[in-house]
Write a protein that binds this ligand. Structure first.
Ligand SMILES: CC(C)(COP(=O)(O)OP(=O)(O)OC[C@H]1O[C@@H](n2cnc3c(N)ncnc32)[C@H](O)[C@@H]1OP(=O)(O)O)[C@@H](O)C(=O)NCCC(=O)NCCS
Length: 166
């Protein structure tokens, strides 16, 4: 009986997302997820450069697996959410929303008063996530993204960071 309880307790503990810094050792797994979920994924070099540049690169770990990751650049009172991703296997379980909250807190802790990001107009899931979290459109970058030989605009979303975000 106690073994069953211990197993249940371990399972519940493992299902709670844990945040840790991304290192070079994560890049193979991160790039595999990235390639599976984006038509135009970041490269290994993009992640390596982000770590090297000192951007805030975090892994979201669930049950010992990489469930997602995020990259935030914060400087001079502004933050930019450069990447927020949840692996296909872990999507639609609230991890994206929680990881976004983590990114907002991180940005606020590093002194940012605003955070912005770019998103494809076709990415309804992400737009829904961001607008529900208080982001609003501030501009459009024409032809920002590659899109199968063509280009797709980027919607620029911004959110003011409040004290309670930190
Ligand atoms: C966008 C993404 C990060 C959301 O992560 P997630 O863990 O699946 O999202 P959550 O379960 O936390 O859902 C939070 C909200 O996001 C929206 N959402 C997430 N997936 C959605 C989907 N497939 N369709 C519509 N809305 C969706 C909903 O508003 C949802 O709230 P609800 O559950 O109350 O409806 C994830 O789908 C992903 O990594 N996609 C590929 C990469 C990407 O597009 N990143 C963003 C680039 S700007």
């Amino acid at each position: 009986m106690s073994t069953q309880l211990e197993t249940m307790r371990d399972t519940m503990r493992d299902a709670v997302p844990r945040y840790r810094r991304m290192t070079a050792a994560d890049l193979e797994e991160v790039v595999a997820i990235e390639q599976a979920i984006y038509p135009h994924p970041w490269t290994r070099g993009n992640f390596a450069d982000s770590i090297e540049a000192g951007y805030h690169c975090w892994i979201v770990e669930c049950a010992g697996a990489v469930a997602g990751y995020l990259v935030v650049m914060a400087a001079a009172g502004e933050a930019h959410l450069l990447n927020l991703s949840v692996s296909a296997a872990w999507q639609r379980r609230g991890i994206g929303r929680q990881a976004l909250g983590f990114a907002l807190k991180l940005a606020s802790d590093y002194g940012a008063r605003h955070i912005l990001l770019e998103v494809r107009p076709s990415n309804r899931a992400a737009i829904s996530l961001y607008t529900a979290a208080g982001f609003a459109e501030i501009s459009v970058r024409r032809g920002y993204y590659p899109a199968g030989g063509l280009r797709e605009d980027a919607i620029v979303l911004q959110r003011t960071l409040e004290k309670h975000d930190s």
